[in-house]
Design a protein around this ligand. Structure first.
Ligand code: ATP
Length: 195
């Protein structure tokens, strides 16, 4: 199956992520979006708020009624820092992906991409897919990539976590299932100090 890999912390998964995934499916004719939540993202030193199992559970909720969305717990299960190159090699070794995998990258990550572990090798193994993000500068991405003209939604997981903490509305920034899950589990109420 033609697959685009979508990594991130997804803390929580929100409508910005979902629209991105949908636009990539639609515009670049992938058949599957594979969400791969990071256990510990190398570029985020701070504690992300919710634990890996809750982040995974929220992704499973949004994927449940969408055949093209698949959640892969590979990085969560690995119990160490996640690097994209390892994930790509693992997915390719499993033989579930037809042709080259796509790799979705938000505009805000372009600047740091060269510092990703084995960045050249990532580019060799995957088709990079750049997705625009409100608030990010129009930086030039020097690597070969496809640009998706996605709808710009100024939503971030950080903003949602802050809204929950401050008692502000966030209901329509996530799906109904995720909203219910956050409330049921009492996520993001206080800044947490451990994963
Ligand atoms: P945080 O606020 O915690 O940093 P986030 O909202 O940026 O989280 P991540 O899980 O870090 O979400 O993002 C995964 C990927 O999705 C990244 O490539 C990021 O650039 C992209 N992304 C997140 N939100 C949006 C959005 N609203 N529009 C476009 N891209 C987005």
């Amino acid at each position: 199956m033609r697959t685009a890999v979508f990594g991130g912390t997804f803390d929580p998964v929100h409508i910005g992520h979902l629209m991105m995934a949908d636009e990539v499916l639609h515009r670049l004719s992938y058949e599957q979006i594979r969400f791969v939540p990071a256990r510990i993202a190398p570029h985020k030193a701070d504690d992300p708020g919710a634990g890996p199992e809750d982040r995974l559970a929220m992704l499973r909720i949004v994927s449940a009624d969408r055949e093209e969305f698949v959640v892969d717990p590979y990085e969560i299960d690995r119990d160490e820092v996640s690097f994209t190159i390892h994930t790509l090699r693992y997915l390719l070794s499993r033989g579930e992906i037809d042709g080259r995998p796509g790799l979705i990258i938000g505009q805000d990550l372009v600047d740091g991409f060269d510092r990703w572990r084995e960045a050249d090798e990532i580019e060799r193994l995957a088709d990079l897919i750049l997705v625009r993000r409100p608030g990010s500068d129009d930086v030039r991405f020097q690597r070969r990539h496809a640009l998706v003209e996605n709808v710009m939604l100024p939503v971030s997981a950080t903003g949602i976590r802050e809204r929950v903490q401050n008692g502000l509305p966030y209901r329509y920034l996530v799906t109904e299932g995720v909203y219910d899950y956050i409330r049921r589990k009492g996520l993001y109420q206080v800044p947490s100090t451990s994963m």
